[in-house]
Design a binder for this molecule. Structure first.
Ligand code: MSP
Length: 648
């Protein structure tokens, strides 16, 4: 039976424009889809826009437009952007469309019919910019200012429908238990478990204070507010056209860590209430970290966005898009935050793409006989062929687990082995000493490149097409039930000719590279005048042996929560390479939100005497951090050294 794969991105708010950060999610979904198609799956990739809310209503009023006209305009920008990044979604769902409204109302009605929606009153401090209520503690004082927008929040009391989320705690926990991969990565799963175990509150799901939303069935004084409307897009997109219904339930929802809770807790609970059986719930919620720029989340409100198209065009009109796709998938470990750096793009363009992949393709040409012979594999060839098969297997496992970073690492290990093979097989010497061998070497290399052209295709479709053209191969086309992944190396039919072409990754000259470095310089570095602090009083010199007594390690935060009644403290679980994560208590709550810190790499002093904080809280180590007048800054770790690595 044909295997199905249905992947989604979050639907994007239309108060922003597409940028490299939102492109990250969309590209990841596109990569997963292309991979599954090559494996013969019947795949559906859906993205779209989340268009309702007070913010949009007000923005439209300010511009003298109807909310619908504003939504049409911005939504079109999103829809038009993705193909420019080679993201080929099969459907684009808009929450203001009639098909979505019908579907969202259907979900609402099913939940209401089950008795899980009731009318009550909601009262709270509301920030229009965030479309969210805040508690006083979360606001900046004095003045009850929104911590994100720095503007005063409004006290709002309104009639609201509530969803009986509190009823679903046990069923959700049983579901997570039976589906251990429902939330990935693992650290995020722990975060979700502890949120649900902490007890669930009913959820306000409608508003009367604005009109720009999906009317609540049976009471058009109310519009749906945020989550029933937004999340049901994943289902409504499949109701019309009717032949999409077969893709339900979603295989993977790819989401940023900021909206994990909504997808991993609210969404399955809504579906349970609407009568979906456990085997009709989504397969997985995969949370990735943030793309940061100059150390801060890339977002319009922080004015630190990068246009992916401008970047791609500046790198190369031919392979710039593929380069951007490659760098995002390779450099930012899926699940973790990662800083965008133009230097990294230039390095990877020159080394991974130019020196390793491009060079391998160039190496096949000078020796190409007009038509290749069947190869007579010797030990070197066998070794390379099994290295490629291993790469294909590991890459497939990584793509199956939605880890493009690991998949690319595996593929590049294969490509490096191929470059080593050419050095050892030395076709330029063989040409003089053993001309018969040249055919074997070139054919072997062409076979390896053919396999590589399939493996890079999910991430770099244009590069794959260029490689295949030069290899004299047909373009890749996905076919249902045909697995094209090169788990076993094929043999090139004798007589297949090569068609040498231009280098795929021409060297960027120095002036071009310098211009790129300036144009895309990290915002923090562009206008940097480092602040200085008074150094601490000097301390006596220590012997290296004394320093070496400290067990300092790289750790990764796998769970974080606020400590009740201790404003300053966060209770953390940090994986430092031991069998179990360490429990740490850190005085960083004033500077870090728990959800923003999960997934970060930190430096931990592991052999500090445990310290008690009362109420059973013990800290089994200490995070290294800097205390400044503005708060606490954690020591950052460059790159992604393995968790548990010693810091020395
Ligand atoms: N509309 C909601 C989602 C509703 S889904 C039913 C929303 N929209 S958003 O536009 O604010 O964010 C959409 C996605 O883009 C989120 O997954 C968010 O994490 C992601 N990103 C936005 N900026 C990002 C980065 N700088 N880096 C990585 N992902 C980023 O939330």
């Amino acid at each position: 039976m044909t295997k199905r794969f249905y992947v989604t991105t979050p639907i994007y708010y239309i108060n922003d424009v597409p940028h490299l950060g939102s492109a990250y999610t969309t590209i990841a979904a596109d990569v997963m889809t292309r991979y599954r198609r090559l494996r013969g799956y019947d795949s559906l990739f859906v993205t779209g826009t989340d268009e309702h809310g007070l913010k949009i209503q007000r923005a439209a009023e300010a511009r003298g437009l109807t909310p619908q006209a504003l939504a049409d305009d911005v939504s079109a920008t999103f829809r038009d952007t993705w193909p420019q990044l080679s993201c080929e979604a099969d459907d684009f769902i808009r929450t203001s469309s009639a098909r979505h409204q019908r579907g969202a109302q259907e979900i609402w009605s099913r939940i209401a019919a089950a008795g899980d929606i009731y009318l009550g009153h909601y009262e709270g401090l509301y920030c229009v910019g965030c479309e969210a209520y805040f508690t006083e503690k979360e606001l900046k004082q004095p003045g009850n200012l929104c911590p994100i927008h720095n503007t005063a929040v409004e006290a709002v009391k309104e009639e609201s429908y509530f969803f009986r989320l509190s009823k679903y705690g046990d069923r959700l926990l049983a579901f997570y238990d039976a589906h251990p991969h429902f939330v990935q990565p693992e650290g995020r799963r722990n975060e979700v478990l502890s949120f649900v175990k902490g007890g669930l509150q009913d959820l306000s799901v409608s508003r009367t204070t604005f009109r720009w939303g999906v009317p609540v069935p049976g009471n058009d004084q109310h519009v749906m507010w945020v989550w029933i409307d937004a999340l049901s897009n994943y289902w409504t997109a499949l109701q019309e056209p009717a032949d999409h219904a077969k893709y339900w339930p979603a295989s993977v929802h790819i989401v940023g860590k900021d909206i994990l809770r909504f997808h991993a807790v609210y969404w399955p609970a809504f579906l349970m209430a609407a009568g979906f059986a456990d085997d009709q719930l989504p397969g997985q919620v995969l949370a990735h970290g943030f793309l940061t720029y100059g150390g801060q989340k890339m977002s319009k409100s922080l004015r630190n966005t990068v246009s992916p198209m401008a970047l791609a065009q500046a790198v190369s009109p031919q392979v710039g898009v593929d380069t951007v796709r490659y760098c995002l998938m390779r450099s930012i470990s899926f699940g973790y935050d990662g800083d965008f750096s133009i230097q990294d793009v230039l390095n990877r363009y020159a080394t991974d793409l130019g020196n390793t992949l491009g060079n391998l393709l160039n190496r096949v040409h000078p020796f190409a006989p007009p038509a290749l012979e069947a190869a007579d594999y010797g030990p070197l060839e066998q070794e390379l062929r099994s290295a490629m098969e291993k790469a294909a297997k590991s890459a497939a496992e990584a793509f199956d687990a939605c880890s493009p970073t690991r998949a690319l690492e595996a593929i590049w290990a294969g490509l490096s082995a191929a470059n080593v093979y050419v050095d050892k097989a030395a076709p330029w010497t063989a040409r003089k000493q053993d001309p018969g061998r040249v055919g074997t070497i070139v054919t072997t290399l062409a076979e390896v490149l053919e396999a590589a052209s399939v493996m890079v295709a999910p991430v770099m479709p244009a590069v794959a097409a260029g490689m295949r053209e030069q290899l004299g191969l047909e373009p890749l086309t996905a076919e249902l039930d045909r697995d094209q992944w090169p788990l076993t190396m094929g043999c090139r039919p004798p007589g297949t000719g090569l068609k040498p072409g231009e280098p795929l990754f021409p060297r960027l000259d120095k002036a071009r590279a310098a211009a790129l470095l300036t144009e895309f310089a990290s915002p923090a570095k562009a206008d940097e005048t480092p602040a200085t602090a008074d150094p601490p009083p000097s301390k006596p010199t220590v012997a290296f042996d004394d320093f070496a007594k400290l067990d300092l390690r790289v750790g990764v935060v796998v769970a974080a929560e606020k400590v009740k009644k201790k404003d300053r403290l966060l209770a953390l679980q940090v994986d430092v390479g031991d069998a179990e994560p360490r429990h740490l208590v850190a005085g960083i709550a004033g500077s870090y939100q728990p959800e923003a810190i999960v997934g970060r790499r930190v430096v931990v002093l592991c052999n500090l005497e445990p310290r008690k904080f009362g109420k059973g809280l013990v800290s089994e180590g200490m995070l290294l951090a800097v205390n400044t007048a503005d708060g606490v800054t954690l020591l950052a770790v460059d790159g992604e050294p393995p968790v548990g690595s010693a810091v020395s």
